[in-house]
Design a protein around this ligand. Structure first.
Ligand code: SF4
Length: 374
């Protein structure tokens, strides 16, 4: 008899999948085979997993499911950026964005339906928070993107015949990934596992607004490349732009970055800095950034602000962004200006809007954050 809610195999990290197989009397090598079917051959029909054995396939058909989030909308921009709006249930939706570049295919993945942290310049934050995504919903974004792009016969210089087109993952979509820590770490383990997606730690980046205790846990449990949404060079301004700063101020965030680096696959942290006209883009702000990060090996990624309906900010003028960058470069830093991609489908940074219902939960989450957790 089928289980009422059988486990979604896309959400089982390697150890959990091994435990599931053992629980059904299967040897460890079966878990590796099954993982390869799921995450490398991107198969969702157990009857096609021909080397698993008939009895085990019958077990899977009854006691498991394989399901990525349903696609609500699929749009492709003129520059090749492709965005999937994915159903997160109860009127909520999240977004995953594929960004093809010269030498890589990057997928930007969401970790929550909405976000409770309410950064002042962020379209997602303005929508409120509904819930954490399950591991299967996080992994399902990569599974779906690879599967769809392969089925569409996508061609690019980095795509080997029949191989997955996504070479890099960035956890920079909707949500603060370190607030959904356990589910995100399980997903990261699958991204890195040789029997699943097999990405190197250098090719997986997690972006956080600065949940300090969880940065330490990430170092211990899944130390991928780290990006920090900095956006302000002093506590007074960051308290306003990134409210979690009131819980984890800049000094403790810089300490956490220093502690993370010995575990990181790269020898620097990336600081993201959205350029807001007349707010954080003055020469004294650049000077404060240099002072703040003096002993943190880092690179800066300057992000021209993408305005959204109702936002109170404007993007800094192009010349001011260039001179801000030059000031950082003159101080010895690598500083890049993020290219805006997918403008015509609202897939640029800070425009991952999705759909979020039930904002009562946002107020609850905000109180939790204000109380000092997570
Ligand atoms: S910038 Fe990130 S942490 Fe801040 S509200 Fe937006 S999604 Fe949340």
């Amino acid at each position: 008899m089928p289980d009422a809610t059988p486990p979604n195999l896309l959400g089982l990290a390697p150890a959990a999948l091994a435990g599931y197989c053992a629980g059904h009397g299967e040897k460890p090598f079966r878990a590796r085979q099954l993982s390869q079917w799921l995450h490398q051959r991107l198969e969702d029909d157990v009857d096609r997993m021909t080397d698993l054995g008939k009895a085990f396939r019958a077990t899977l058909a009854t006691h498991a499911r394989i399901a990525a989030p349903d696609v609500i909308r699929d749009s492709t921009a003129s520059d090749g950026t492709r965005k999937w709006l994915l159903d997160a249930g109860n009127g909520n939706a999240v977004e995953a964005v594929y960004i093809p570049e010269d030498d890589r295919g990057t997928l930007c993945i969401s970790s929550q339906a909405g976000c409770a942290l309410d950064c002042a310049f962020c379209s997602t934050g303005k929508q409120g928070f509904n819930r954490n995504l399950a591991t299967a919903e996080i992994v399902g974004q990569l599974w779906h993107a690879n599967r769809t792009l392969l089925a569409d016969g996508v061609t690019a210089p980095w795509v080997e015949a029949g191989r997955a087109p996504i070479t890099n993952v960035v956890m920079m979509g909707m949500g603060e990934p370190l607030v959904n820590f356990d589910n995100v770490v399980a997903a990261l383990q699958l991204f890195l596992d040789d029997n699943a997606y097999g990405l190197s730690r250098r090719r997986v980046t997690l972006s956080t607004s600065g949940i300090v205790p969880m940065i330490d846990r990430l170092a211990a449990e899944a130390p991928v490349a780290l990006a920090v949404s900095l956006h302000a060079p002093n506590d007074a301004l960051r308290d306003r732009l990134v409210p979690i700063n009131r819980v984890h101020p800049l000094a403790s965030l810089m300490d956490a970055c220093r502690r993370y680096l010995p575990h990181a696959p790269r020898d620097f942290v990336t600081f993201e800095y959205v350029m807001l006209d007349g707010v954080n883009d003055a020469p004294e702000h650049a000077a404060q950034l240099v002072e703040l990060t003096r002993d943190v090996p880092c690179k800066f990624n300057l992000i021209p602000f993408n305005a959204f309906p109702g936002s109170e900010f404007r993007v800094s003028p192009r010349e001011r962004i260039a001179s801000f960058r030059k000031q950082l470069q003159d101080a010895g830093y690598t500083a890049t200006i993020r290219k805006t991609r997918g403008d015509d489908i609202d897939a640029a940074c800070g425009q991952l809007a999705g759909q979020v219902q039930d904002r009562t939960k946002r107020r609850l989450a905000t109180r939790i954050v204000a109380a000092g957790a997570p």
